[in-house]
Design a protein around this ligand. Structure first.
Ligand code: GN1
Ligand code: MG
Length: 361
C-alpha cells in the first residue's frame, strides 16, 4: 500500500494487511521488518467524521494529557495510552489524492483483547479501565472540538428522526410502523436526561463515546492497559460511556442477532462492570450523575435503536450493512435489549446503590 510511505514509521514495511471489523473506519496492521515497532493505519470515514483534522487534534490533546498523568503515576506512556504516528512532514493525518484521510498510531504489542465480556470479573476490569480513563481526564481543561455535533444529544437525535420520518426518502416508513411506535412512546422519558445536561445539573466532561470491551487492551496478567479508538473523544456527559458499556457488555446476544431469544441483559455482568467502573469513578462523579447511571443504560440503548432505525428509514447511509434489512435486524435486536433493561431497571438501581454504599465505607 503506497500510503505507508507518507508516515514516519521506523524501519522497513514488510506488509500492510486489513484488521478488525469496525462499522465505520477501515483498519490495517502495518508489520515492519526485524525489531522495528509495528503500527496501526486507518482510513478514517470522512462521511461520518466531517472534520478529521479536528478529530486528530482532539486525539492528540487527550493522549498528551493521559501520558502526563501516566508518567506522573510511574506508568509506561507508550503502552498505557495511544501514540499518534505523524506523517513525514509532521502532520497528524495524511490526505491522499482521492481526498481520503489516513492516520496512524503505534501498535501496542503483547496485549489481549476481548469481543465479549464473558465473566463479571472481566466486565469489572473493563469498567475500571473506562473509570480510570475518565478520571485521568477529569481535570483536562483544554476544550475539545465538537466533531460530531449532537452525538448523544437526544434533542438533536429526535430532531434528526422527525426530519427523516418526514422525508421518508426510500419509502421504508410503511414497513416499520411498530418500530416507530417504540421510539415515539419513549420520547419524553428519554429527553428528560438530556434536559439535565442542558440545565447544567449534569456536567460536561471528556468522554470516550465508544466504550465496548474490544476498545480496551488488557495486558498478559489480565489487567487493563490502554483504552483505544479515540476517534469519538468529545466533551459530553460521561454517562454516555457508562451507558454504552452496559449496552454492549451485558447483551447476551449479538448487536444484529436474528434470534431475539438470544438477546437479553446479563445482570451479573452489569454488577461487575458497575463495581469496576465505580471503584475509579466514585472519586469524581456528582450525586446527580450517580443517580442517573442506571437510566443512562436505557438512554444509550434507546438511542442505538433510534440510530439503527433512522439509518434503515434513510436508506442505509451511515452504518456498513450486509444486506438491505441489516439495520432493521439491528433495530429489533437493540429493542429487545432495551426491553430487558426496562424489566431489570429496579434491580439495576439497587445494584448501583449497593455498590456506592460498599465503596463509601
Ligand atoms: C459505531 O464502528 P464502531 O463500532 O466503532 C458508532 C457507535 C455505535 C456502534 C454500534 C462514530 O462504532 O456510536 O454505537 O457503531 N460510531 C460512530 O455498533 O457512529
Ligand atoms: Mg469506534
Amino acid at each position: 500500500m503506497k500510503v505507508g510511505k507518507h508516515f514516519s514509521f521506523k524501519g522497513t514495511i514488510k506488509e500492510i494487511r486489513p484488521l478488525g471489523e469496525g462499522l465505520i473506519n477501515d483498519t490495517f496492521f502495518v508489520e515492519t521488518e526485524n525489531n522495528s515497532p509495528n503500527y496501526i493505519l486507518q482510513r478514517k470515514n470522512k462521511n461520518i467524521f466531517q472534520n478529521i483534522p479536528a478529530m486528530m487534534e482532539n486525539i492528540q490533546k487527550v493522549t498528551i494529557h493521559l501520558k502526563k498523568k501516566i508518567v506522573a503515576q510511574g506508568g509506561d506512556p507508550l503502552r498505557e495510552a495511544l501514540t499518534i504516528t505523524p506523517t513525514i512532514d509532521g502532520k497528524l493525518y495524511y490526505q491522499d489524492s482521492d481526498g481520503e484521510y489516513w492516520a496512524a498510531c503505534l501498535f501496542i504489542e503483547d496485549t489481549i483483547t476481548y469481543q465479549y465480556a464473558d465473566s463479571p470479573l472481566l466486565a469489572a476490569q473493563g469498567g475500571k479501565g473506562i473509570g480510570r480513563f475518565q478520571s485521568m481526564l477529569a481535570n483536562m481543561e483544554e476544550p475539545l472540538t465538537d466533531i460530531l455535533p449532537g452525538f448523544h444529544n437526544m434533542r438533536y437525535r429526535l430532531q434528526q428522526w422527525d426530519d427523516i420520518l418526514q422525508k421518508d426518502p426510500v419509502g421504508r416508513k410503511n414497513l416499520v410502523q411498530q418500530e416507530i411506535e417504540w421510539i415515539e412512546s419513549r420520547r419524553e422519558e428519554m429527553l428528560s436526561l438530556w434536559t439535565k445536561v442542558e440545565s447544567g445539573e449534569i456536567p460536561i466532561r471528556v468522554t470516550h463515546n465508544d466504550t465496548k470491551i474490544s476498545n480496551i487492551l488488557f495486558d498478559q496478567q489480565g489487567d487493563v492497559l490502554c483504552v483505544i479508538d479515540l476517534d469519538t473523544v468529545l466533551n459530553s456527559m460521561c454517562l454516555n460511556d457508562y451507558g454504552d458499556a452496559i449496552r454492549s457488555y451485558t447483551n447476551a446476544g449479538k448487536e444484529d442477532d436474528l434470534n431475539l431469544d438470544n438477546v437479553y441483559m446479563k445482570m451479573d455482568i452489569f454488577e461487575g462492570y458497575t463495581r469496576g467502573y465505580l471503584s475509579e469513578a466514585i472519586a469524581f462523579l456528582t450525586p446527580s450523575e450517580i443517580d442517573n447511571l442506571a437510566f443512562s443504560a436505557k438512554y444509550i440503548t434507546f438511542e442505538q435503536v433510534l440510530r439503527f432505525l433512522m439509518d434503515y428509514i434513510d436508506g442505509d447511509n451511515y452504518y456498513k450493512v450486509n444486506n438491505k434489512t441489516h439495520n432493521l435486524i439491528r433495530t429489533r435486536a437493540q429493542y429487545k435489549l432495551l426491553q430487558s433493561m426496562e424489566e431489570n431497571y429496579d434491580e439495576m438501581q439497587a445494584i448501583v446503590n449497593k455498590t456506592i454504599r460498599t465503596l463509601s465505607h
